[in-house]
Design a protein around this ligand. Structure first.
Ligand SMILES: Nc1ncnc2c1ncn2[C@@H]1O[C@H](COP(=O)(O)OP(=O)(O)OP(=O)(O)O)[C@@H](O)[C@H]1O
Ligand SMILES: N[C@@H](CCO)C(=O)O
Length: 305
């Protein structure tokens, strides 16, 4: 198929996409929470591809080879038989890469948004969302990144159905980040092919309570609602921080604890937005005085201008 060039030189484009914590314990591949840590991109058409990156993992974000944002951008346009205009991206990243904070979802969505804008595709928000979800293979991070708050999603071969709530809840999101990363692909390979009825029923019960907790702002439900039996137990060996921090679930300042996404980071939700005592409590439980703890809050979804 021969490629055409995009119809008109597009205007500069600004994009801000939040980090996301998927699963929240039991909601494997179904629930995600947007967090106020952002991938921000300002893009213009240029003579050659260039990325100037600042912030977290800036060197990796600035690499032009095998860059998930650029490969997605180019591939989406190639599928529409459009030669991708070369872009200069100014990028600021606050999302830890490969740590269970939805970096790949934000990069995939960024690539699809850029293709829609600079290729003049005229896609609806739903089409952008579905393209990114199918590229990721599961919808939980992408849907929360796009829509914000706590987003529930279901994906079939042809469509993605979503519902969001909890965007205005001011709970604290405390992320404990070990020093090593873990590729989602590896973390998924640790999971069994089948589960017992007891484990599945326990997760359905927790997930139902979890959705109610966010819909009604019921922090008191989280301790029970964030219990998981279908992915966390199998990921412990690759996420050694999790068994050290799970016992903190009974601490009075803490509402609930789960592996963040596929790990290895751990998400600890608190009633207070940024409890100053919590980083030390987490570091003590982890036995690591230099453990990084990021304190943030629930975010709105994708912004473009
Ligand atoms: N801003 C970015 N620029 C370029 N590549 C990125 C960017 N963000 C993520 N990636 C790519 O995605 C990979 C991380 O994806 P992976 O799915 O393994 O983890 P994650 O998305 O951070 O975690 P999780 O899916 O558990 O939330 C990085 O190693 C990198 O290849
Ligand atoms: N639901 C996904 C989230 C990480 O991308 C998983 O746990 O593998």
């Amino acid at each position: 198929m021969s490629q055409s060039t995009a119809k008109s030189p597009a205007k500069p484009y600004h994009l801000r996409l939040p980090a996301t914590s998927a699963n929240l314990g039991p909601g494997f591949d179904a629930l995600g929470l947007a967090m106020a840590l952002y991938l921000t991109i300002d893009a213009i058409v240029a003579d050659a591809f260039q990325i100037d990156a600042t912030g977290r993992n800036a060197d990796q974000c600035a690499r032009l080879e095998d860059n998930l944002i650029l490969t997605t951008y180019i591939d989406v346009l190639a599928n529409a038989a459009i030669r991708a205009p070369r872009l200069h991206l100014q990028l600021h990243n606050e999302i830890p890469l490969g740590m269970g904070c939805g970096s790949s979802a934000s990069a995939l969505l960024a690539g699809v948004f850029l293709a829609n804008h600079f290729g003049n595709l005229g896609w609806s928000g739903q089409q952008i969302l579905e393209e990114a979800c199918h590229r990721e293979g599961h919808p939980d991070n992408v849907a929360a990144c796009y829509l914000g708050g706590m987003t529930a999603s279901a994906m079939s071969e042809n469509s993605v159905t979503t519902a969001s709530c909890g965007e205005n809840i001011i709970w604290g999101l405390n992320l404990a980040l070990p020093s090593h990363s873990l590729a989602t692909k590896k973390a998924r390979a640790l999971l069994p092919a089948t589960y017992s009825r007891e484990d599945v029923v326990a997760n359905i019960q927790s997930t139902a309570l979890l959705v109610a907790a966010f819909a009604q702002g019921r922090g008191d439900l989280l301790r029970t609602a964030m219990k998981d039996r279908i992915h966390q137990p199998y990921r412990m060996k690759a996420c050694p921080l999790l068994p050290l921090l799970l016992p903190l679930a009974s601490h009075p300042a803490i509402l609930g604890i789960a592996l963040s996404g596929a790990g290895p980071s751990v998400l600890i939700i608190t009633q207070e937005a940024r409890p100053s005592v919590l980083p030390d409590i987490i570091r003590q439980a982890a036995g690591d005085r230099s453990l990084e703890v990021i304190q943030t809050t629930i975010s709105t979804g994708a912004l473009e201008a």
